[in-house]
Design a protein around this ligand. Sequence first.
Ligand SMILES: [Zn+2]
Length: 484
Amino acid sequence: MMRIILATLALAFASFPVLADTTPHEVEAREIYARLIGFRTAADHGQTPAMVAYLTEVLARGGVPMADIATLDRGEARAMIVRVPGRERGRPILFSAHMDVVDARPEEWRRNPFQLIEERGGFYGRGTTDNKAGVAALVSAILRLRAERLQPARDLVFGFVADEETTMETTRLIAKHPWVHDAEFAINTDAGGGLLDDVTGEPLIYLVQGAEKTYATFDLTITNPGGHSSRPRADNAIYQLARALQKVEAYRFPVMANDLTRAYLGAVGRAQDGEVGAALRRFAADPKDAAAADLLSRSPEFVGTTRTTCVATMLEAGHAENALPQTARATVNCRIFPGVPVETVRDALVAAVADPGVRVTTRDNPEASPVSEMRPDVMAAIERAVHRHYPGVPVVPYLESGGTDGKVYRLAGIPTFASSGLFTKPSEMYAHGLDERLPVKSFYEGLDHIYRLAVELGGAKELAAAPPVRLDAGVRAGLAVRRN
Ligand SMILES: [Zn+2]
């Protein structure tokens, strides 16, 4: 009996390890986080204006003047920028998070995806990691700077994007806004973070995203006069496409490297035993080491960091079971190494296929994604913030194989570093999937991370005589107007 009670007690305490020493800022941020999860900010649900209205109210209550809040509309989506004015002139620093989420169907989840549920040391709900913890961290940092009467040396601007998961149109609007366009650099909360060992939970490495691969999709199309399937022709669109796809499969793009990927692969190699670890270290030291590059190209984890990759993802051909195909089309999705033009990759596919009957067309209008040169001041600030909770963990830049709207800021000329401050286990990454969750401990560490970066990078100092923070009549009137 005693053992059962002890076990129950242990479990009860294990579920709430942080509550004992939670600060008022953390309590407030958790409340905000819970409200944010409640908005179904998926595309087509039109919830970002409601979320912006809620955040405006929270910020106004915290003393942020309405003149320092801007909203930007694109169709149904509403984005927001909040400015924290600096003491001196100087280029602003941008902090970014996105309010929208990939949709979740409540009937498919075990818990309501649009309700924050704390269970077994985790926060569950759509957006808990991607990217509402980031939204909560930005809002919390703004409120805390005000409450502590800290003023940065230069303007800090906080961008709340409304459509990162779809068109990123509001990110483009934010990047062009007069408060933002001149930003010296940006910290994006939507990527970057720490990895914990899946088994032991030990911190392994902290990654700062400094570049993303360019996302581009190509269609390979073959047309043919077709005919009756009882009278097969010598040429057949489906066979022709199959041969073209085998050539795409066999083609290898050239091995590439830059300072950022070498730093990343070297650091991962130092933390890893065996032949992969050795190959990583050798490649980092000398990207011309063909044997090392070959070995890494067989690893799904590292192939994307060493070259452009293209892979067939969809197929469509023929119109009837008893007719010769008139059209055959394959979709090939590519993740292009930074700095390589999209057109170069298309040309490489055309050359690899080597069949003038195969038309290779580019979908949409992919934009090549630049690399942000790592800044020692930013890396040092991130390292200090990470080491407060995880002393000694290597802090390393990396190239993202997926994508975020950091690409939009980089294209607008704002070097962007993604650093969420969140530590997770690789086996517990459920962004976009079922049962998305974030360790409770990581949420609070993420708040601290963003606050520290804002204070340190912004050069914040205590105000000598700050005006009292109070919701005045003007702000209340502004709020009323905005709600309409
Ligand atoms: Zn995201």
